[in-house]
Design a binder for this molecule. Structure first.
Ligand code: 5GP
Ligand code: MG
Ligand code: MG
Length: 183
């Protein structure tokens, strides 16, 4: 295992750091407009959403509370089953408050669908979803996503919080992984 060289593990860069920051700035402007004058809590889903949360929150020119949840979804290998267990719950009481769940990618949408109804049962003023990336399968789920960075083809991507076996999360860009890494 080569722990020093990341570059040779990647096929192509899908989104550069600059593109990601520019898109997050656009989403931040939308969120500022939609929640003008309203109390807002953004909820990052650990661990993948750490980078998106940090950059989106700093792009917002307004007060915002940042909270976190960690969940694990049971499933076979890379597919989630929709059965979700809370590993770390919110610290905040969201009752009567506006909530935006922040995630890095929606694949099947099962995890976020479960989370939306879980948070929805805590009497918030509203619950919406913001994701940087969305894959095609998520479009068939009855989960409404208010803010999407980009819709992408069904390829496995890494970087900017996205991991393969806990590696590549610290890349600044989002890239596709070379097949030799899987095998
Ligand atoms: P789902 O939407 O299927 O419930 O779960 C989405 C989760 O699957 C993401 O949070 C992420 O952990 C994982 N995932 C799905 N697609 C990808 C991908 O292309 N790359 C990486 N690194 N993780 C992915
Ligand atoms: Mg995630
Ligand atoms: Mg992962």
């Amino acid at each position: 295992m080569d722990v020093d060289h990341v570059e040779s593990d990647l096929v192509s860069v899908l989104f550069t750091e600059a593109q990601i920051q520019a898109r997050l700035a656009e989403l931040a402007r939308e969120i500022e407009q939609d929640y003008e004058g309203k109390d807002l809590v953004i909820v990052g889903i650990l661990r993948g959403a750490v980078m998106v949360m940090a950059d989106l929150a700093r792009a917002l020119d307004r007060h915002v509370e940042m909270d976190w949840m960690a969940v694990s979804s049971y499933g076979s290998g890379t597919k989630s089953s929709g059965v979700v267990r809370i590993l770390k719950d919110l610290d905040a009481d969201i009752s009567g408050r506006h909530v935006v769940i922040v995630d890095e990618i929606i694949d099947t949408g099962l995890t976020l669908s479960w989370l939306t109804s879980n948070l929805g049962s805590r009497n918030p003023a509203s619950v919406e979803i913001c994701t940087l990336l969305r894959k095609p399968e998520a479009l068939t789920m009855p989960v409404e996503v208010k803010y999407v960075g980009w819709d992408i083809p069904n390829h496995f991507v890494v970087g900017y919080g996205l991991d393969f076996r806990e590696r590549y999360r610290n890349l600044r860009d989002i890239a596709t992984l070379a097949p030799h890494v899987y095998s």
